[in-house]
Every structure is written in C-alpha cells, then in structure tokens.
Design a protein around this ligand. Structure first.
Ligand code: C5J
Length: 237
C-alpha cells in the first residue's frame, strides 16, 4: 500500500487512503445548534459551531478522495433501556436524557435533536454508529465495521474534544488504530479544555495520536484520486 504524509504534531502522520476512514463524532443538533440541549445547559454553542465549516470541507475532500466516512451519534433507545441509571441521574438536571427538550426528547434516537446537522449529513453508504456512551467503540459495532473494511487509520473530527472525541481516540489507540485529530474540526464548550485535550493527545511522542490543522489534511486529501477516478484515469477533484 502506498502511503502519504500529513504534516502533524508530534511528527508527520502517515496514511494509506485505502485503510483510512474519516470519523465524525456526534455532530448532532442537540450539541451544536442554537436552541438545543447544549445551549439549554448554559453552553456557548458558537465554540462548537466554528468546527462546522472546516468539518464540511474535510468531509467533502474525503468523499472526493474515496475515503471511508463514518458518523457517530450519542443517544439512547426511546425506552432508555440502554442508558445506565448512573448516566440518567448524573448532574441532577431538570431536563436531562430522555426528557422533553427544545428539540424533542434529549439524546433519544429518532428525535430531531439527536440527528446530525444538515451541513454534515451522512450520504448513502456512510455508516452511522449509534453509541450509548462517550466512546464510539463502547457497546457498538464500530470496531467490526472498521476491521471489515480494512481500516487501521482514523482522521477524527467532531464534538466535544475532551469528552466523546478523547474517549473515542483513547479507545481507538488501545485497539491499535492510528488517529489524527484535526484541531479546528473538534470543539469544546470550554476553551481551556480544548487546548489541554489537544495537548494531551500529542504529548509524549503522540501517546494517543497526532494533531494537525485541517489545512494540512486538505492539502493531502485534495491530491488523492478516488479509486473510481483512478480507474477512469481522471485527476483529483
Ligand atoms: C458529551 C459528547 N459531551 N459528544 N457528549 O456529553 O462529547
């Protein structure tokens, strides 16, 4: 497999397009949209919304390059039987998981707020992994999907950096995946957590993975020909 390099920290990230997936974590209305659950909890969603445009550009480039694209959503069955009681109780919220919120029942599958924002909406053929926890590998078939597609490398976008992105990258790292996190495509409600969470990933020689700006990833993705383009002898883009 021919590999290519993306400028990254702590050192350049190597990938082979055939074994690389773009993983977009929890870009759901309830976390990202004004008037959703995140905002209802007092968070400034503009800090998360700044990730939408860079995520959209990376998603478009990944699709053109023929990379596997996988989306995740955090949420639960309508009867909440897959929600740990501890998670339901946590925070003692007046309106919490399963309750009627501004965009339907909070973090319940099938509700408007639970779904992915229109800017990044999955296309046919892009798996959507519904996860009951913070990590995308916990009690899901993500590992199976990735193994079946021969994926060993993940480019990671989504929210929130220090919660679902971090948990997923740690889980992926322990399962042997190489993860590149795009700093402007992941967002936190807390600027300090954003900064430190990114530092933690790339510390100690890349203890959980690599970090780079989407610009560096786009420079490389834009040069990859999709398998369909390559078969037709067409150039990228
Ligand atoms: C949180 C997430 N923050 N997607 N979920 O509860 O990070």
């Amino acid at each position: 497999m021919a590999t290519i390099q993306i400028e990254a920290e702590p050192y350049p990230f190597e990938l082979a397009p055939e074994s690389t997936a773009l993983l977009i974590i929890d870009m759901q209305r309830d976390f990202v949209e004004p008037g959703g659950f995140g905002e209802m909890l007092g968070n400034d969603v503009s800090l998360l919304r700044s990730t939408i445009e860079p995520c959209r550009r990376v998603l478009e480039a990944a699709r053109k390059a023929g990379l596997a694209v996988i989306h995740t959503r955090e949420g639960h069955r309508p009867d909440l039987t897959d929600a740990p009681p501890a998670k339901l109780k946590r925070g003692g919220l007046e309106v919490g998981i399963g309750d009627e919120g501004p965009m339907g029942r909070v973090l319940v599958r099938g509700e408007y707020g639970h779904d992915i924002i229109s800017e990044l909406y999955p296309e046919a053929g892009e798996p959507v992994v519904d996860k009951p926890g913070k990590g995308a590998f916990h009690e899901t078939d993500l590992h199976l999907i990735l193994r079946n597609r021969g994926i060993s490398t993940l480019i990671v976008c989504g929210v929130t950096t220090e919660v679902c992105v971090h948990t997923t990258v740690r889980e992926a790292n322990d399962r042997g995946y190489e993860c590149l996190v795009l700093s402007d495509c992941v967002g936190s409600y807390f600027p300090e957590f954003q900064r430190v969470a990114l530092e933690m990933i790339k510390a100690q020689g890349g203890i959980f993975g690599w970090v780079t700006h989407s610009g560096h990833a786009l420079e490389v993705l834009d040069r990859i020909r999709s398998p369909e383009d390559a078969a037709r002898g067409a150039g990228p883009g």
